[in-house]
Design a protein around this ligand. Structure first.
Ligand code: SF4
Length: 226
């Protein structure tokens, strides 16, 4: 199968343990207020790349990845290409490589759940602790995300959780408490709260897309702490 690849990062140090080849996949069904990669949104873009080519690229990097690193599929939303991601995950694992899946968790198709099950680690976004908040941030139906959460609870999949925190969005103590409650029962190994920033705004201008995050601002240090 082919993957639609947006781009690669060869020495990723934040998208999973160790040094990683990060494969950014094209296409995302969400439209997050604070997205800094709107260029990944269209599903029809990217470069069609056979799974075997991605595996060969990872194997060429193996000396740098070492025992602690591996490959991370990110996006965009990698679960939009769940069947090819599953095939790639199995092929990489067959070579002894650790595979992480960096996802918004917003797709609950059987193929998406199978890709989540196959990953060694899931990097899961928390867009909002409530379904209403999820819809407001992403513009999408929240039901699949809550189904994915239930699945991840049932399977005990190891998770690194990521949440963008912004003033005017989710920086209150009540929001933090609600996020803790949302994560109960999940196998959370790490939580990264990332400050909202506006580094991607120029991409909206270049693409002629209105930027919806204009009313947001970076959070205080206290609000960001977990
Ligand atoms: S899920 Fe990620 S890529 Fe998709 S819109 Fe949200 S921030 Fe952007």
């Amino acid at each position: 199968m082919n993957l639609r690849v947006h781009s690669y990062e060869s020495f990723g140090a934040v998208d999973g343990p160790g040094i990683r080849l990060v494969v950014f996949l094209q296409g995302c069904p969400l439209r997050c207020l604070f997205c800094h990669n709107p260029d990944t949104w269209p599903a029809e873009g990217g470069t069609e790349t056979p799974v075997g080519e991605v595996v060969r690229r990872a194997l060429r990097m193996r000396p740098y990845l070492g025992r602690s690193g591996g490959v991370t599929f990110s996006g965009g939303e990698p679960l939009l290409q769940a069947e090819a991601v599953l095939e790639a995950t199995r092929a990489l694992q067959a070579q002894g490589l650790h595979v992480a899946l960096d996802t918004s968790g917003a797709l609950d198709t059987p193929a998406a759940l199978a890709a989540l099950d196959a990953a060694d680690l899931v990097l899961l976004d928390v867009k909002s602790p409530t379904p209403e908040g999820f819809r407001a941030v992403t513009g999408a139906d929240p039901a699949p995300y809550w189904n994915v959460l239930a699945h991840l609870r049932a399977t005990g999949k190891p998770l690194w959780v990521r949440q963008v925190v912004a003033q005017g969005l989710n920086d209150t103590p009540a929001e933090k408490a609600a996020t803790r409650a949302l994560l109960e029962g999940l196998n959370v190994q790490r939580v990264d709260r990332l400050p909202y920033h506006e580094l991607g705004v120029h991409k909206y201008e270049a693409l002629g897309i209105p930027y919806r995050g204009a009313r947001l601002a970076p959070p205080s240090k206290e609000a960001l702490a977990w």
